[in-house]
Design a protein around this ligand. Structure first.
Ligand SMILES: Nc1nc2c(ncn2[C@@H]2O[C@H](COP(=O)(O)OP(=O)(O)OP(=O)(O)O)[C@@H](O)[C@H]2O)c(=O)[nH]1
Ligand SMILES: [Mg+2]
Length: 318
């Protein structure tokens, strides 16, 4: 296992795939390489692409990556699939939509399942981003379906967040309002070949005008047709410009700090959660005892929980 990281750093794609699998499975064998990998990270421009199901994110990532490759950038892609397990249909779908890129050695594509574990997803995704960063990819693109808490967490991992919408989705404009709006750095109206695209474009532009984001930069709204590549050069421009903007304003360091904080928080949450699960599993009598005390009204549930927690903290290492 020791040489997995060396192989990765030497450019071995199989080592990358293997390490991401270990991370995804929460395999303890990932721990050491992930720890040692850290010093090799911090160079990639991380781009989050989020939006409702079927809005064309994968198709867009495909054409965007082609555009970025034409500009000499190497690209790593992580597609988060929230619904199906790792071998599920959507993953195959992504493979099909991104198959143009499959033979390019400067592109690495990986789908990750979420396996129903919320905290775990962010941690695994972040590890995968770090792996592709250390692997030397100039840009790492994360595709995720919006817009729930997981997506917001994942978007927090990105330097540049692209929010994709499509025409005719009244619902998804609502979803935009529900939180993703604030974190989008660039907005895309994909499927601009559809006739109601103009209205969606106008709605998003208006919402951005009304929202006070406390920034001197108004996020651009870009119309794309992912299937033909129309507007994708403009999107690539906007993404690279945003990175320059972050650099020039000294915001890249701020983002990096926020990223590390979010990463630490996720790891801590996840580890505490798992420790509690494990400890409760190993010590059911303790819980049963407290349950009885609460049942017989000798103590209240809050004090009961406190007792369980202090007991667990005493006996287990997080
Ligand atoms: N007309 C039109 N269709 C598009 C466009 N972009 C994507 N599509 C089609 O929309 C469908 C969904 O595209 P995907 O790229 O899989 O969308 P997605 O957002 O990645 O979907 P999920 O990952 O399942 O949420 C496919 O049939 C695409 O061919 C576009 O610009 N115009
Ligand atoms: Mg997709």
């Amino acid at each position: 296992m020791d040489d997995l990281l060396s192989r990765l750093l030497e450019g071995d794609r199989r080592a990358v795939a293997r390490l991401i699998t270990l991370v995804e499975n929460g395999d303890p064998a990932a721990k050491d390489p992930i720890r040692r990998l850290h010093e090799h990270t911090g160079r990639a421009h991380i781009v989050g692409i989020t939006g409702p199901p079927g809005s064309g994110k994968s198709t867009l990532v495909n054409s965007l990556t082609k555009e970025l490759r034409a500009r000499g950038k190497s690209v790593g892609i992580i597609a988060i699939d929230p619904t199906s397990p790792f071998t599920g249909g959507a993953v195959l779908g992504d493979r099909v939509r991104m198959q143009d890129l499959a033979t390019d050695p400067e592109v690495f594509i990986r789908s990750m399942g979420t396996r129903g574990s919320l905290g775990g997803v962010s941690v695994a995704t972040n590890d995968a981003v770090n792996i592709l960063d250390a692997f030397g990819k100039d840009m790492v693109i994360i595709e995720t379906v919006g817009a729930g808490q997981v997506e917001v967490d994942i978007v927090k991992l990105a330097h540049t967040s692209v929010v994709v919408s499509m025409p005719g989705g009244g619902d998804e404009i609502q979803a935009l309002k529900a939180g993703i709006m604030e974190i989008g750095d660039i907005f895309v109206v994909n499927k601009a070949d559809r006739e109601d695209a103009g209205r969606t474009f106008a709605e998003i532009t208006m919402m951005l005008d009304m929202s006070q984001r406390g920034e001197d930069r108004v996020p651009p709204v870009i119309r794309t047709v992912a299937t033909t590549g129309q507007g994708v050069d403009e999107l690539a421009d906007a993404i690279l410009e945003h990175h320059l903007y972050l650099q020039e304003k000294g915001l890249l360091e701020k983002k990096a700090r926020e990223r590390i904080l979010a990463e630490l928080q996720e790891i801590i949450n996840r580890r505490v959660e798992r420790t509690v699960e494990r400890a409760l599993h190993e010590d059911p009598e303790m819980v049963e005892l407290v349950r009885k005390l609460v049942e017989t009204r000798e103590i209240d549930p809050h004090s009961g929980a406190s007792q369980v927690i202090s007991h667990l903290l005493k006996k287990s290492e997080v």
